[in-house]
Design a protein around this ligand. Structure first.
Ligand code: GLV
Ligand code: GLV
Length: 322
């Protein structure tokens, strides 16, 4: 009997076909909406494996309702949606999708940085609104990027990849991380700093730090007050690392200059979200790893992790308990 794998979202058939001999796939058939919680709690009772997205809350209640479950393959590098401790207690393997999305996410982080600095979205809206009737010296003038200091908070693979792009733009690189990164210090000239010192020094503060109990609301009122009034804040990790009310006030009251946000405390947000109303904010719907190539690689990596586990091999990219 083939292991039952529940897919929490409709996955393109061409991705499933190569694995159909190995697995009995069940899936939530609706294209765009996440599987409702009550449905998920029901279907996991039968499942041997689950492929889930960051929109699913894989908590203790769910794991304890899944007597056959051996593996959860999360289609994301971040796994704050999963109770890792509960999974370990139940010997359920959790895998994520690092590496395949690193460069794509760094591309987006850097795009967001340039968009916020040079007011690209605002400028596009300006033309679309029919407002461009003459050229003038300071029309939509933004901040320079080259020569400005970038401060990367969370120097993992994605952080280092952002740093490489920053080096190409001639930006001095500073970083804060739990551990020192001698490679980045040597190859990119990145300087390690304490969190507060980085906040005070950086022209661009880029959050790539995973959401954990320690990093929850790390960017709070205090943090924004330490930043330069000219600082631009970029977040491509998780909304939960930011106190959004404090960020809103910091942006509205010019405590900091601008922000580029790919992630939010509660997703999705809509057009009425306070941050969306500010001209000095660029908001994106959590698309860091969203290139067609990379999303396909992430799905295949999930499948290969499932296949490894059910073939009795080690998973390719298991989540290690932090
Ligand atoms: C996306 O946010 C991811 O963690 O992969
Ligand atoms: C985290 O896992 C990263 O790739 O930065």
């Amino acid at each position: 009997k083939k292991p039952i794998i529940y897919l929490t979202r409709k996955i393109p058939n061409e991705i499933l076909v190569p694995y159909q001999d190995s697995f009995d796939f069940r899936m939530w058939e609706e294209e765009e909406t996440p599987v409702p919680r009550d449905v998920l709690l029901e279907v996991v009772k039968e499942a041997d494996g689950v492929l889930c997205l960051l929109t699913e809350n894989i908590d203790r209640e769910l794991l304890e309702n899944a007597p056959h479950l051996k593996v959860v393959a999360n289609m994301a590098v971040g796994y704050d949606n999963i109770d890792i401790e509960a999974a370990q207690e139940k010997d359920i393997i959790v895998t994520n999708t690092p590496d395949v999305l690193t460069e794509t996410t760094a591309d987006l982080a850097f795009s967001l940085l340039t968009a916020a600095a040079r007011r690209i979205v605002e400028a596009n809206d300006y033309i679309r609104a029919g407002k461009w009737d003459h050229w003038s010296p300071y029309l939509l003038a933004g901040s320079d990027i080259h020569g400005k200091k970038v401060g990367i908070v969370g120097m993992g693979r994605i952080g280092e990849s952002i740093a490489r792009r920053a080096k190409g733009f001639g930006m001095p690189i500073m970083y804060h991380n739990r551990s020192r990164k001698p490679g980045a210090e040597k190859d990119l000239g990145a300087s390690y700093m304490g969190f507060d010192e980085l906040l005070r020094e950086a022209d661009f503060v880029v959050s790539v730090i995973p959401l954990t109990t320690e990093t929850k609301k790390l960017f709070n009122k205090d943090a924004f007050q330490k930043m330069k009034t000219s600082a631009i804040f970029i977040n491509v990790s998780r909304g939960g690392v930011v106190d959004e009310k404090a960020l809103y006030h910091a942006l509205n009251e010019n405590t900091i200059h601008a922000a580029g946000l790919d992630v939010f405390e509660e997703e999705p947000i809509d057009a009425n979200h306070p941050l969306v109303k500010l001209d000095n904010v660029v908001c994106l719907p959590h698309i860091g790893s969203a290139s067609v190539e990379t999303r396909t690689k992430m799905l295949k990596l999930c499948m290969d992790n499932l296949l490894a586990v059910f073939s009795g091999e080690s998973p390719i990219t298991p989540v290690k308990n932090p």
